[in-house]
Design a protein around this ligand. Sequence first.
Ligand SMILES: [Zn+2]
Length: 390
Amino acid sequence: MRFQRKLFLLTIIMIVISFLKWQTMSFSSASSSLECDPYAIASSGLTREYSDNVVNLQPEEPIDALIVFIEFEDRKAVEADRKKMLKVSRKVTEFYAQMSEGEIEFNWLNYQSAVRLHKDTISYNANFRGSIGVAQIIVDVQKRLREEFDVSELEFILVVVPSTTLRNEIANSIAYLDRGQGIINSAILASDFWKSGDWTVVAHEIGHAFGLLDLYSLDAAQLLSEGKATYFDQFVFMKSYDLMNWPGSSSPSLVMWNRFQLVPTLSHRIACFKKELKHYELISVNSIKPGIKAVLIPLSNFRVLMIEARDNFGVDASTGGSDVGVITYVVNLLSESGKGPIRIDCSKAMNSKYAECGLKTGHSRLIEGVRVTRERSSKLEIRISVVREK
Ligand SMILES: [Zn+2]
C-alpha cells in the first residue's frame, strides 16, 4: 500500500514536471552572441572533453534533479542524512543562481526510499575516481529507478551513498554522462564530501554535468596520493579562484569564463578586445548591477586571455584581501581536463598558497604581449586599460 502511494505521488510529480517543461519549451533560446567566442569562431577541432558526444545540463529551464539514497548488502542508508542533503541541495541552488545571474534553477526532488543494491560495497570495486565500479553503481541505480517511473523526465540524478561508507570504499565520481545509453546525467558522492554539510564538492560535480572541466592538476593529485606532493600543489593552476579547481578554498566561485560556459547569454557581460589600446570600466563578477564583468582577448585560435575583477561578496564573501583585485588568466581550449585548461597569472610565486594574483590599483602586468593595467577604482567600478604591445 505504502509503495503504491509513493508511486502515485511520483507519477503526479512527473506529470506536473512534463507539463511545466512543455510550457517553457518554446521560450528557451540561450545562445552565445559573443563575437570573439573562440568556440564559435573555430571551424573545427575544438571540443571540450566533457561535451564531446555528451548531453550537458542546459540552463534554459529549471533542472529537475533527483536525490537518491542508496544502500548495499552490508551498509544501510542513514535516515538522518536526508536533512543534511536537503541543506546541501539548497546551497547548490543558491550557488548556481548567483553564478548564472538567476538563469539556472534547480528543482530538487527526493526519492523517498533508499535504493537497495544487491551487492556489498567492496564487490563494486568503486574505490577510485572514475572507476568502472562507480559507473556500475550509477547504471544499477538508474535501472532500479526505471522499474518504477520514467527517469528520462529527469535531467540529473544525485546518488548518495550511506554516510557510513568511506571514501576509499566508494569514491566521488565525476558526473556520469549520457553517451547514448539512456543514462541520465548523474554524480555519485563519497560520504566525506557532504556529511559535514559541505556543498562545494557537490556543486563541483554538478559543474561537470554542465560541461566544466577539472582545473586542478590531476598529476599533482596523483603525486599527493603517493605522498610526493603537498595538498596545495594540486590547486596551483587556479589557486582559490574557481570551484572546479579548489572546492575547499575560501572563495568557492567560478571565473567568468566558466560562468559563460554555463550560460551563453552571459556574453553581454564580456567585452571583446580588438584595438591596440582600450579602456574598460569593470564591475565585480559577483555584482548584479549592469555592466561589463570581463574582457576577452584572443591570443591564438585556441587560446584566450580573460580579465575580470574579483571582490569579496556573495559566495566570495570570505575571500581574503590577498585574493581580490583584477585577475588575468589564460584559457587553453586544447588542454584536457585536469591538465590546466585555465591558468591564472600571478605576480608572486605560483606555488604560494595565498593567491595574491589580483592586480591592485596602479599596477600592471604583461601577459604574452598584452599589458593589463589597473588604473583606478571607485566603489562601483574598476578602470583598466589593455594594450597589445608590439
Ligand atoms: Zn572534478
